[in-house]
Design a protein around this ligand. Sequence first.
Ligand code: SF4
Length: 312
Amino acid sequence: MTIRHPEKVNQPINPIKKKPYWIRSKLTNSKEFFLTKTVINQNNLVTVCQEANCPNITECWSKRHATFMIMGDTCTRACAFCDVKTGRPGKLDSLEPFKISSAIKKLNLKHAVITSVDRDDLDDGGANHFYDVILEIRKNNPETTIEVLTPDFLRKGESYKKIIHARPDVFNHNIETVPGLYRQVRPGSRYFASVELLKNVKKVDKNIFTKSGLMVGLGESKDEILQVMDDLRSAEVDFLTIGQYLQPSVKHFPLDRYYNPNEFKELETTAKSKGFLLVSSSPLTRSSYHADEDFAKLQKNRVNQANAQSIS
Ligand code: SF4
């Protein structure tokens, strides 16, 4: 049996806290769910829905919404919260852009979300592969809007700009946690490098929506959450998602506590008051959860904001 997380073997055992009643996945096994599964399997694709053991999989796949994970199923980082397999990844699949594009066509997706593992082993961090995937999707699915959820491209210079040149509709990069927890939770990443990436995307192309996601429940304080919101706003991030951290195994980073739905509502209100165009905050919010509906809201909110500014 392959060990999914060799770096965690010597970690202490952190018992998993019982989930409260409000953390419940919706169980809707429909024909659409099996269609999504079949298309993914037939094209030999990887999804973050499966690899990260996402609690929303039955709901999302029943709406034909899957988040494709490109460049393999093995990540070169070893974040303490993440369930994606770590190790040495294989070669890039040059047919992957075509396979993803065909799957999107078969699923008739209006909005596609593409993410990837971290590929620190590649000179460009995988930016050129993202570029090829976006172009191929657009070639075969001209009406489909495209959202990318990317790694941080740390120590990869300006390679991220290649993705911007492919003009995705949404550029998402998750901040994941507060700066004070980075060393333990995202040891291979740098908080301010992630903020900088989001800021630079906006600098290069103001029309691309930028988006970031934060998990809560890892032991962060309210003040630290507010700091993250301010940092993301100073980087002109449009859309913030906030969701509950769920500890994948006893070897992962220990969950500190479950936030209740009212606390998520309060965070949403606070974030909105800081000027995000859109905020999604709930226990089961994930960065790609309801991404298609949220994209429509983003567009609407941008138009409303522009109209309000022209009146005042
Ligand atoms: S929330 Fe995202 S990762 Fe989870 S099942 Fe839905 S699309 Fe997949």
